[in-house]
Design a protein around this ligand. Structure first.
Ligand code: FAD
Ligand code: UDP
Length: 384
């Protein structure tokens, strides 16, 4: 009899498997319907021996020393600060928009102070910042919004920024200095030998049994277990009984070129042209030395694997219906990006999983953890 059946071997499932096995000496069956562990962070060597990310570029960044230290048990790190260029009006310019972006695009020579005034003269102040359009238009004005954000967002989400929650474009800051890093976080590193190696180390424990190519449906009635941690889509768990939660999908086109380099930085975004949103060149991220180079083109799509929960009020309302069902489901914990229907980064999922583990240990009922994450607890656990 397993103490836990954990559905999904991504960050949420693997961190919890590791904690439960190592700290509580419990027996865990960790399953994934895919043929590998690591969830969307899975990376692999392609047929040319180039390390690529199967599900698009994953760059680790966090402000939490606790989360960084925890993952450091399973990997060494490679210092890497992510930089992105956007192809706008035929030029490659930094995104997030910064001093160099504006100077290059408009042939100006502004100082940071002058750029502040330049933005202020163009920014439109809506009464309340509610949507992803409001966020950008209120910071840099409509012209830059249209050049950098409107087209990209329509492509990525199939929605206009005015239809999306403000949290989406708020992920990308605006700067008046020359800082061209994509993220502001204190810790910005890549796992030195890749994510999959890190996951292998995390789940390598005599109490953890891993089964890939195994769906929850295949085992839930046949393999005895006491409790479940479910990290798949929450609407699927409940047989879509209130209707489907919308997720945005992507098609990844992986390409290898017979030359050393393709582009000057790890990612180039295409907000104005092309059907793909961005192109990733992995050697910038991984530091791998190789005569060839591997790229991924991302084509957004409504069909396919669920990659992005779509931040919109009506979707959140539908999620809340499923969340209520989850709360009333004994002995099942819902954790992770798909099960809690939130657009979380990897570090936030690690934080959510560690917080869930603490609650399992303390039998503490529902509550917000340090990241403000609402962790769903089972009825049985609430009663205990
Ligand atoms: P997942 O990684 O999705 O794992 C869930 C697993 O559950 C999957 O492997 C799935 O196969 C399995 N599963 C689902 N249902 C079942 C079932 N019924 N039976 C068996 N198995 C099941 N975050 C960052 O911090 N930095 C980035 O640069 C970054 N880039 C990203 C780029 C893209 C294109 C995407 C899509 C995401 C990116 N993220 C990034 C987010 C990151 O992928 C997630 O935060 C993280 O992987 C979520 O982990 P998880 O365990 O919740 O879910
Ligand atoms: N975005 C944009 N143009 C860009 C970069 C980002 O419009 O050049 C918007 C877009 O809506 C995107 C969101 O900002 O989905 C968040 O960007 P991020 O790079 O964080 O997306 P992710 O890496 O999660 O796909």
């Amino acid at each position: 009899m397993y103490d836990w059946l954990i559905v999904g071997a991504g960050f949420a499932g693997s961190v919890l498997a590791e904690r439960l096995a190592n700290e509580r000496n419990e027996r865990v069956l960790l399953i994934d319907r895919r043929n590998h562990i690591g969830g969307n962070a899975y990376d692999r060597y392609d047929e040319n021996g180039l390390l690529i990310h199967q599900y698009g570029p994953h760059i680790f960044h966090t402000n939490s020393k606790q989360i960084f230290d925890y993952l450091s048990r399973f990997t060494e790190w490679r210092f890497y600060e992510h930089r992105v260029l956007a192809e706008v009006d035929g030029m490659l310019v930094p995104i997030p928009i910064n001093l160099d972006t504006v100077n290059k695009l408009y042939g100006l020579n502004l100082t940071p102070e002058q750029l502040q005034d330049w933005f202020a003269a163009r920014a439109e102040k809506p009464g309340e910042i509610r949507t992803s359009e409001d966020v950008v238009v209120s910071a840099v004005g409509r012209e830059l919004y249209e050049k950098f954000f409107r087209g990209y967002t329509r492509k990525q989400w199939g929605l206009d920024p005015s239809e999306l929650d403000k949290s989406v474009t708020s992920r990308v800051p605006t700067r008046t200095n020359r800082d061209d890093r994509y993220f502001n976080d204190e810790f910005q590193f890549m796992p030195k030998h890749g994510y999959t190696r890190m996951f292998e180390k995390m789940v390598s424990h005599p109490n953890i049994h891993v089964m890939t190519q195994t769906d929850y449906e295949d085992v839930r009635k046949t393999i005895p277990h006491r409790r479940v941690i479910y990290t798949g889509p929450i609407d699927e768990y409940f047989k879509f009984q209130f209707g489907r939660l919308p997720y945005r999908s992507l098609r990844f086109e992986h390409v290898t070129l017979d030359k050393s380099w393709h582009q000057p930085v790890g990612v180039v975004n295409y907000p104005q042209t092309q059907d793909y949103t961005r192109v990733t060149e992995y050697k910038h991220l991984t530091g791998q030395e190789h005569a060839k180079t591997a790229l991924t083109y991302e084509y957004p799509s409504a069909e396919g694997d669920p990659y992005y929960p779509i931040p919109k009020a009506e979707n959140q309302e539908l999620f809340k219906k499923y969340e209520r069902l989850a709360l009333a489901t004994p002995d099942v914990w819902f954790v992770g990006r798909l099960a809690t229907y939130r657009y979380y980064n990897m570090d936030q999922i690690v934080g959510q999983a560690l917080a869930t583990f603490r609650r399992i240990g303390e039998s503490v009922p529902v509550g917000a953890d340090s990241l403000g994450v609402q962790v769903i607890r089972s009825k049985a656990a609430l009663a205990s």
